[in-house]
Design a protein around this ligand. Structure first.
Ligand code: 9PG
Length: 506
């Protein structure tokens, strides 16, 4: 944690409230109830005691939402491995409410006070019954502090992120993704059959997910894509779609050729050997040290190659691994290292390739990604009862809960709440739950599915087509209340977080 410079104490006036504040310098008013505060630690003293706190997760999969300050904090309980993979483990506070980059508290009059970072340096915002506080690992951008109506204040914060870190406005269109039907069983034959089925549906992109590569880390076609990736891209294009591909370019599995042959290109652990960057595919994986020239050259070569194959929509996954603390060749802060890496990728692919970030640090991704995933993975069931206490567990409910608290990011990039299910076959979702996923995707403005056409009945195909074709007008009326065309959609009754079971350890 940062050692502070000289402390500056003052009182900030937020309308009829005057709150004592300690920071690294004087707040600068930029609006009636809006301030910029110098980088570093900030503590504001508030009088509200049992307020609600908005917690924002570090990466795409991390939990975001509101919690009462006298409830258990919203975080991942019970698994160090899950915490490392799906949140900012380094700055986790097991017994206190805190989140990444931005936080807010509610006032008795229904307005909020928001404190949000406008830079990198792993900013953290938390609250207690008497304070709203911010810290950073590294001095970078200023803080934005504001009081006002919730949606107005979040909108202004998003606007400032876009101003300071950048924003992009490309649209993915309607996306079909292979993951939630075929998982790793993908093959070129399945792709061929799938695009035939999708051919007269109004999709723009057909995106192949995990399952095409030799190994995570070795980005060449495996034996199920014997004709090679250019041929598969062509199959997709000839059916009338933009070809999309999944990669996790900043990680490598221990058994990959990359990790076996060049362990020196991996981020190192202070304990010696490559740093474990997270767990998936049945074990740990490592992170590439993107501060090394050879890694930069590898990334340039990889992305030039993938684009030359014919893929112009890339889902880049597990990207947070490039922003973990660890030993690298240059003493650059981890979030800056990450940003340099994604800027290098953007430079290589150019502006016309759509980059969808997944497992990305959310705020540091502004300006380089066209869209980002804003919640954990959906599944064809609602609750994940295997993982109580883990709001990042795979399941439709967890994906819905996280995504709906990130719709305010829409001015920065497209916000992807993950796919919607139209199939009733091979699914435990009921009609109400399927409708809810559709509505959330409509509200977030990103429509994707994963159902192969031959898993759908005629009525489901019709329903899918109607949804894909519709351009709805969405108006937000309240935190969880929306109007979609002439329909009022109240998500409120579904926002029922379960308190972590007391049997779950930290
Ligand atoms: C492919 C999948 C799909 C999916 C991605 C991602 O926290 N986790 O451990 C975790 C593991 C996997 C995961 C998400 C989170 O899935 O979100 O859409 O592309 O990879 O392997």
């Amino acid at each position: 944690m940062l050692t502070d410079l000289a402390k500056f104490s003052s009182v900030v006036l937020l309308g009829d409230l005057s709150l004592p504040m300690a920071a690294n310098g004087a707040p600068r008013a930029i609006g009636e109830r809006e301030f910029l505060i110098p980088p570093g630690s900030v503590t504001l003293v508030h009088p509200f005691e049992t307020t609600d706190f908005f917690r924002h997760g570090w990466n795409s999969w991390s939990p975001s939402g509101w919690r009462r300050i006298d409830e258990a904090p919203l975080r991942i309980y019970g698994s160090e491995q899950r915490l490392l993979t799906a949140d900012d483990a380094k700055n986790d506070t097991p017994h206190a409410h805190s989140g990444s980059a931005v936080g807010a508290i509610t006032l008795p009059d229904g307005e909020i006070i928001l404190l949000g970072a406008l830079g990198l340096g792993a900013p953290r915002v938390g609250a207690t019954a008497s304070t709203l506080w911010g810290t950073t690992e590294e001095l970078d951008g200023e803080w934005y502090l504001a009081r006002g109506p919730e949606r107005e204040v979040f909108a202004r914060y998003a606007e400032l992120i876009a101003e300071r870190l950048g924003s992009r406005t490309a649209s993915a269109g309607r996306v079909w993704c292979s993951w939630y039907s075929y998982y790793e069983g993908l093959s070129e034959d399945l792709v061929r059959e799938t695009v035939v089925g999708l051919a007269d549906l109004p999709f723009d992109v057909v995106q192949l997910d995990d399952g095409w590569e030799r190994a995570v880390g070795d980005w060449e076609a495996n034996e199920r894509f014997a004709s090679g990736m250019p041929a598969t891209a062509q199959t997709i294009q000839e059916a009338g779609f933009r070809a999309g591909l999944w990669l996790a370019p900043l990680i490598a599995l221990p058994r990959s050729q990359f990790a076996v042959e060049r362990p020196d290109l991996l981020v190192q652990s202070p304990d010696g050997g490559p740093l474990v960057a997270g767990y998936n595919w049945g074990g740990p994986y490592f992170a590439l040290d993107s501060t090394q020239e050879e890694v930069k050259a590898h990334l340039r070569e990889l992305f030039a190659r993938v684009v030359s194959w014919g893929f112009t929509y890339l889902k880049l996954d597990f990207m947070y691994a490039g922003a973990l603390d660890g030993e690298r060749s240059a003493p650059v802060h981890r979030e800056q290292v990450y940003r340099d890496a994604i800027e290098l990728i953007r430079e290589t692919v150019g502006d016309d390739v759509y980059l969808l970030g997944c497992g990305v640090p959310v705020v540091p991704s502004a300006g380089a990604f066209d869209g980002i995933r804003v919640g954990p993975d959906v599944a064809a069931y609602w609750e994940n009862s295997e993982r109580p206490g883990d709001p990042t567990g795979v399941g439709a409910k967890n994906a819905f809960l996280a995504s709906i608290h990130r719709s305010w990011l829409r001015p920065v990039y497209e916000t992807d709440p993950d796919v919607v299910y139209f199939r009733r076959r091979r699914s435990l979702l009921d009609d109400e739950q399927r409708q809810l996923l559709q509505d959330v995707a409509t509200i977030l403005g990103f429509k994707s599915t994963s159902d192969p056409a031959d898993w759908l009945g005629a009525a489901e195909i019709a329903e899918l087509r109607t949804w894909l074709e519709r351009e709805e007008t969405v108006t937000q009326l309240g935190r969880y209340l929306f109007q979609i065309d002439d329909r009022i959609v109240d998500l409120g009754p579904f926002v029922d977080y379960q308190a972590p079971p007391s049997t779950v350890a930290n």
